[in-house]
Design a protein around this ligand. Sequence first.
Ligand code: 5GP
Ligand code: MG
Length: 471
Amino acid sequence: MSGVIGIFGTKRQNVASTAYYGLYALQHRGQAACGIVVNDDGVFSTCKDEGLVSEVFTSEKLSKLTQGNMALAHVKYGIEGYGGRENVQPIVINHIYGSIAVAHSGSLVNAYDLRLELEKKGSVFVSKSDADIIAQTIIRERLSVDSIEEAVALAMPRFKGSTTIVVMSSSKMVAACDVKGIRPLCYGKRDDGAYVIASETSALDAVGAKFVRDIIPGEIVVFTSEGVKSNTDACRKVKPALCVFEYVYFARPDSVINGLSVHEARVRIGTALAKSHPADADVVIGVPDSGIDAAIGYAKGSGIPYEIGFIKNKYIGRTFIVPGQKVREDLVRIKLNAVSSVVKDKRVVLVDDSIVRGTTSAKIVKLLREAGAKEVHMRISSPPFLFPCYYGTDVPSKDYLIACQHSSDEIKRIIDVDSLGYLEQEFFEELKSENNCGFCTACFDGKYPTIAPTYTGKLRFETKLSERTEK
Ligand code: 5GP
Ligand code: MG
């Protein structure tokens, strides 16, 4: 998924610090790597590396970035096999008419084909990043047109998958969203006249920008010294498909997407869950962080009191995002601890956002049992996760999805709960009508909004590269 923030200022200023604060508010979207590129009148300075925002940007490193009137920044979600400094975004490329920096949220399903095509025409890649393919495609288009926004408009239809991008040229910032609008993007304005483009409104709030509006599926918005221009030529031709997990899990609860508060959506999901899957219980608790809002909703819907059942160590990133199964398992215990006075001898409703591999749930239930919970009734604020996601999350194959390998009854036994209830997919219809948009629910029903990827996971580049000479 990843997070993007772009700042288009009106004067030369310490734009790196704005980007830095914005990245902090997007850290939940990716913890593998991050970067900031500052644009000082066409001269780019870059600081990027693997690690959290707090780790990568020391005051010394930040001070080395120049002042500027624009900055583009990115937090990267860790996908196994895509580590390495060379893959950290924003990707900066110099071409005959100047430089561009590209930051991308999402994932291309035709990365392999596009890259092969570019390489056959002479492009050279130093990274495996989709953003690199996006940048090189845009630059090729730029050779035949007069502006970066025209180049982006020509390039966008070539990208299949989730392609929410912000492109910074020497004098402009271009924000674009794929026709399905799989990942969110919005922009706001600060009192000093600076525009801020971000994956979520939480980042606008953090840097004092007032929300202006969401960038709609298919739209290309250009920020120049003359103001803001929108190209909607590609909009409203196909049904939008915002990733429903943005509401369920990815986005921060204080963010608002398409006019619907993420917190509010989660509370309503929890309330619906209480109606469809009631439980005889004494207390409702949520798995921090993303299970909390739905747990509050469940308590509201059921009348069972909500309590804080777990304390989360705030200083550890999302376990799921750490690539590699072994590390993931060890981290759960360090990350969470049950509040025994809340759960001891109680019948507990435990609300979490999703069961993907099932590793987390089993560990969490064990923690509750050890803390003395009498019964554990697990409620999941999404339907069973049955199909891999190709749009920017690290869920590459059915082999890893517990709901594909086991029945609900078996899962109940594996994670050791007294009852298990999932949200009905129909509920999303209600959210959909409210926020005036369509959802991608492919992970539940396999109805993918784009073509399927040529290759998935690590195979996208490594293995297939060796076959290239034959093509
Ligand atoms: P698992 O069942 O795979 O052990 O863990 C599921 C938990 O991982 C979820 O509750 C959720 O909070 C977290 N998680 C982290 N990344 C993702 C993701 O990309 N998709 C989903 N659905 N959940 C994720
Ligand atoms: Mg979770």
